[in-house]
Ligand binder design. Structure first.
Ligand SMILES: [Mg+2]
Length: 374
């Protein structure tokens, strides 16, 4: 068999509507933007990948910057390359382009999809093999009001769709925010579990003051309460041993993971394929966590079914995903970009088992949501 090489790479921007407005710490969104990457091999195989971010506030990248970086800088480095050497190719990219992990993850995703389709194996087989075939999913409550959040959680539990939740915080003053979260946790205590995610917007003193109340309210974990750089503060909170502390924005690269382990600054790592520059790096970070006795949580950048499938292959390949996931992106979007949507069952999402990412692009939908040039 003649080895295929990378023939060409294309990108396009898509804007997909969401079911209800979503309140983040700094912004409220009504649609979600994606950069869709297609890698075509000389054997005719097309791999698809997706780049997306909660917003430019999260780590400084946007779908527009991803498209530019992929088109102008990554594509020339990858054309003619051997897709069976993904990690070596990504090292070439890493050495010439600093940062831009979300754009790198989108490219890596399309390469793995193309390689899996060429070898007729699902991507989790290329990442070391499957450890789990279904992963629990947590829904993010972000209706904008505390009563609305309790209402939404209780309804979702009684419908049998979700049994675990997360709140997005950070819009109000930290103490008000903490009070709101205790209200929601108390409101759903007998129905479901709750984790809190202030996206780094709280301060040390407020967080410490509220730790006992969070424990009493049965809050399951506290995700990234402090600014990403405050590793020492995260270590103080972790040492309190009240509510497990999760690192998200503080823990993006393999080196971040090691630094947090050395500082005892988290009980749980939130994994995300985009922040870490791809699926392979995510699996490596889970290995650091495993060695340190740290649990993992399958985070999301609110991907569509394409990026969510990639996250499922990565998370499905690791052992210590003790806190399940928040892979609710496809359920949050008002429409799907694939012909064979991912399957949700009893609060879990199934890891795809068809070749590549295991999802087929719906070309008509892609065309409908393609960004109109202005
Ligand atoms: Mg987070």
């Amino acid at each position: 068999m003649i080895k295929p090489t990378i023939e060409h790479i294309t990108t396009e921007l898509l804007d997909v509507p969401i079911k209800r407005p979503h309140q983040f710490s700094t912004t409220k969104v009504t649609s979600k933007s994606f950069v869709l990457v297609k890698v075509t091999l000389t054997n005719g195989t097309v791999g698809i990948g997706e780049g997306t971010t909660p917003g430019i506030w999260w780590n400084g990248e946007s779908v527009e910057t991803m498209k530019l970086v992929i088109d102008a800088y990554m594509t020339p480095l990858l054309q003619g390359g051997d897709p069976s050497e993904i990690e070596a190719l990504m090292q070439i990219v890493d050495r010439r382009i600093r940062g831009n992990t979300f754009a790198k993850a989108a490219i890596e995703m399309a390469l793995y999809d193309a390689l899996g389709k060429t070898y007729h194996v699902p991507v989790h087989q290329l990442l070391g093999g499957q450890c789990q075939s279904r992963i629990p999913v947590r829904w993010a409550l972000a209706s904008g009001t505390r009563e609305g959040d309790v209402d939404e959680a209780v309804k979702l539990v009684s419908s049998g769709r979700y049994t675990a939740f997360k709140t997005k915080s950070g819009k109000e003053r930290p103490s008000e925010d903490a009070r709101r979260n205790v209200y929601i946790a108390e409101g759903i205590k007998n129905h479901a579990a709750l984790g809190i995610d202030p996206n780094g917007s709280w301060d040390r003193l407020t967080t410490m003051t509220w730790m006992d109340a969070f424990f009493e309210a049965g809050i399951e974990f506290l995700e990234q309460p402090l600014p990403p750089a405050d590793i020492a503060g995260m270590a103080k909170l972790t040492a309190m041993k009240r509510v497990p502390v999760m690192a998200d924005e503080s823990m993006q690269s393999l080196h971040d993971a090691l630094r947090i382990v050395q500082a005892d600054a988290a009980d749980i790592f939130s994994l995300k394929i985009h922040k870490s520059g791809g699926m392979k790096n995510t699996v490596k970070i889970a290995g650091i966590a495993e060695a340190a006795g740290i649990s993992c949580f399958g985070g999301t950048s609110l991907e569509s079914s394409i990026g969510t499938a990639a996250a499922l292959h990565a998370y499905g390949s690791i052992l210590n995903l003790d806190y399940g996931s928040e892979l609710f992106g496809p359920d949050w979007l008002a429409d799907d970009l694939v012909e064979d949507p991912l399957v949700m069952k009893d609060g879990c999402i199934l890891v795809p088992d068809k070749p590549g990412l295991g999802v087929k692009l719906n070309e008509a939908k892609t065309a409908a949501y393609r960004r109109k040039e202005t």
